[in-house]
Structures are given as C-alpha cells and as structure tokens.
Design a protein around this ligand. Structure first.
Ligand SMILES: NC(=O)c1ccc[n+]([C@@H]2O[C@H](COP(=O)([O-])OP(=O)(O)OC[C@H]3O[C@@H](n4cnc5c(N)ncnc54)[C@H](OP(=O)(O)O)[C@@H]3O)[C@@H](O)[C@H]2O)c1
Length: 323
C-alpha cells in the first residue's frame, strides 16, 4: 500500500527520515473499521514525529498523518476523529485520558490509501464539505475551535490576539473568531503574511511583538517561546491565554510568573478536542459558510514536497495529500 511514513527520526533534518512508498498494512485490533482515504491533511505534528518528538523509536516504521476524510467499505462518507483513547478510559472528555494517543503515534496514521480506526472514531462527513475541507478538521481546526469556544471565555465583541498568521491553527482561529463576532487581531513576522491574514478576515495584523493599540481579552498562542512574553504583556487584567503548541520552542526567556499572578491572568492548556466538539465544528461550518483555507493539494506520492514546505515555513493554510 502507498504510504508516507517515518523510517527513522532526525531532529536536525526531519525530511531525511521521511519515506514515501509501499509498506505492508500494519496490524490493528480486529474490530477496527477500514476507511478508504480520499484526502488527508498535514500538521506540524507530522514534522515533530520525523524529528523523533512523541514517536518512540520502537514504533518505527510508522505511517504518518492524523487527519483524513474518506469512505468506509459500505459507502459511508466519514471524517476520522484522531484521538485514540485507552479502552479502559472512563470520562467524557477524551483529551483528559492520560493514555490517549493520536493516530500515527501508537497506531498507524492516515497518509496512506486505506486506514483502519476504531468505529467510535468515525464522524459523518456532511455533504456540504469536500473531502479535502473535511480532512482539515480533526487536528488544527478542532484545536482552534476548542481554544476559542471552550477555553478562552471570549464573547462576541471581545478582542482576541492570534499569534502567528499562516499556520493551520492560526488560519482556523482567524476564520472561526471572525465568524463568531470577535474582534480579531493577528501577529506575523512577515508583511505579506499580515496582509493575507487581513484578507482572510482579521481586523488588524501587527508585526510579531508589536505594541498593540489596546490590551486584549484573550490570546490564542501556538508559537511558544518566541511570543510568550508578548502574549502575557498584551492581556487585560483578568485576561486569558490559551496555549496549544510551541513551534518556536517551549523554553521562553521569561516565564512571566509575576505578571501572571499580579494582573491576574488565566493560563489554559488546550489539546485537540472531543468528538462532540468535532461534530459541533462541522455544524458551525455549515451554518456560517466558513471553509478551511487550503494552501495546496498534492498527490500522496509527492508528500515530501508538502513536508518541505511546512519545514521551510512556506505554508498559509492547510496542505492536503490525495492518495
Ligand atoms: N495541542 C494540540 O492539540 C495541537 C493541535 C494542532 C497544533 N498544535 C501545535 O500548534 C503549533 C502550530 O501548528 P500549526 O500546524 O498551526 O502551524 P505551524 O506551521 O507550526 O506554525 C506556524 C506559525 O508559527 C509562527 N512562527 C513560527 N516560528 C516563529 C517564530 N520564531 N517567531 C514568531 N512566530 C513564529 C508563524 O507565523 P509567521 O510565519 O506568520 O510569523 C506561523 O503562523 C505547532 O507547534 C503544533 O504542534 C497543537
């Protein structure tokens, strides 16, 4: 079966650990359901895996990819929910399961022609969404949805700052926040990307680290070390920073502890979302007309070009692979 998989791990040169070619379909539990993949979406998570972050050496080779949409053997059009819970996990929020994994961490991922997943991980794909649009949702878009609507406490009319303009999470945040009636401010290191963020729906875009016209109600943070102090400094007293990632590193020069307790601020970690939130997200897209921003669509056989673009920061929106 054709797949894009990690054959090793290289923190400095992740692309050298990527293989695109034939691989035997891996073993999974017998009751898992086969999905014929129509579209899959690349995430920063897949680059972390090639760097050896979150993917143990004994699990190699590992088919990459968390996010896909496709068709089951009996013709059901589905989105694959990417969080795999421990069968013994008890609780309503899948992200609180300490033994959870994402597809491609413990079980094979979706950058392949056919993937098998637990039946409970299938969500009906609404006819209004293309397979490519649906494939964008389970990681970047679900994470953005939960950050904004479950975690941030921001209400329509409030001002939110989104750090970074072009990532999958950031573009999802811009589109969702705008559709929800928030005032949307964005930062980017690059003038052209700031202009694209405004075209996409941000009310204003600022250079990374810039002084803002006024303090904001919430910051949506996925950049990490490079923007952490700014995120803390720009919040109103009582404001909230929601953090889901740390692309620039997780060791900021200052932790800003004094400002966090004195202002006082809320710091909320957020990861992925629940299956119910994924369904709510699909409904929001249908009712608002908002659709994921797709940067480019590539044949799965050309997956290396998509990985290279993400590693080089040459992405605005989501990269889709079609088997
Ligand atoms: N916890 C979860 O469930 C979850 C889910 C999805 C993603 N994540 C994490 O969230 C992060 C974002 O992922 P992504 O795929 O959306 O995008 P990404 O490609 O990792 O992020 C790119 C963004 O980061 C900004 N950026 C990168 N390096 C920077 C630096 N040194 N200084 C300032 N800005 C910098 C870029 O902004 P400009 O180039 O415009 O300046 C760009 O918008 C990743 O670390 C990912 O692993 C976590």
């Amino acid at each position: 079966m054709l797949a894009a998989y990690a054959a090793g791990a290289d923190p400095a040169d992740p692309l050298s650990a990527l293989r695109v070619g034939d691989i035997d379909p891996p073993e999974v539990p017998a009751d898992w359901v086969q999905v014929n993949v129509r579209a899959a979406a690349l995430n920063r998570h897949d680059v972390w895996s090639l760097r050896g972050v979150g993917l143990a050496a004994e699990r190699l080779p590992m088919i990459l990819g968390c996010d896909a949409a496709g068709v089951t053997d009996d013709g059901r059009e589905v989105i694959i929910y990417a969080v795999i819970n421990d069968p013994d996990f008890v609780g309503s929020d899948a992200t609180y399961d300490p033994a959870r994994s994402l597809l491609s961490e413990r079980y094979p991922g979706v950058f392949c022609t056919q993937v098998r997943v637990p039946p409970a991980n299938l969500v009906d794909k609404p006819a209004e969404l293309s397979f490519a649009e649906a494939a964008c949702l389970p990681t970047a878009w679900l994470t953005a949805y939960r950050m904004l609507f479950t975690q941030s406490g921001a209400l329509p009319g409030d001002t939110v700052l989104i750090q970074g303009a072009g990532g999958g999470v950031a573009t999802a945040l811009i589109l969702l926040a705008r559709a929800a009636g928030l005032r949307v401010w964005v930062t980017s290191r690059d003038e052209a990307r700031r202009a694209r963020a405004v075209d996409l729906g941000a009310h204003q875009a600022f250079p990374t680290g810039a002084r803002l016209p006024e303090r904001v109600d919430a910051v949506l943070e996925s950049v990490g070390a490079a923007t952490w102090s700014h995120s803390i400094n720009v919040l109103k007293p009582g404001g909230t920073v929601v953090i889901c990632g740390a692309t620039s590193g997780d060791n900021p020069a200052k932790a800003e502890l004094t400002k966090i307790f004195f202002k006082p601020l809320r710091v909320i970690g957020s990861t992925m979302g629940t299956r119910a939130e994924l369904i709510s997200l699909t409904r929001m897209l249908i009712t608002t007309g908002v659709r994921p921003l797709i940067d480019r669509t590539l044949p799965l056989a050309d997956a290396a070009a998509g990985f290279a673009a993400m590693i080089n920061g040459d992405v605005f929106g989501k990269i889709i692979f079609e088997p």
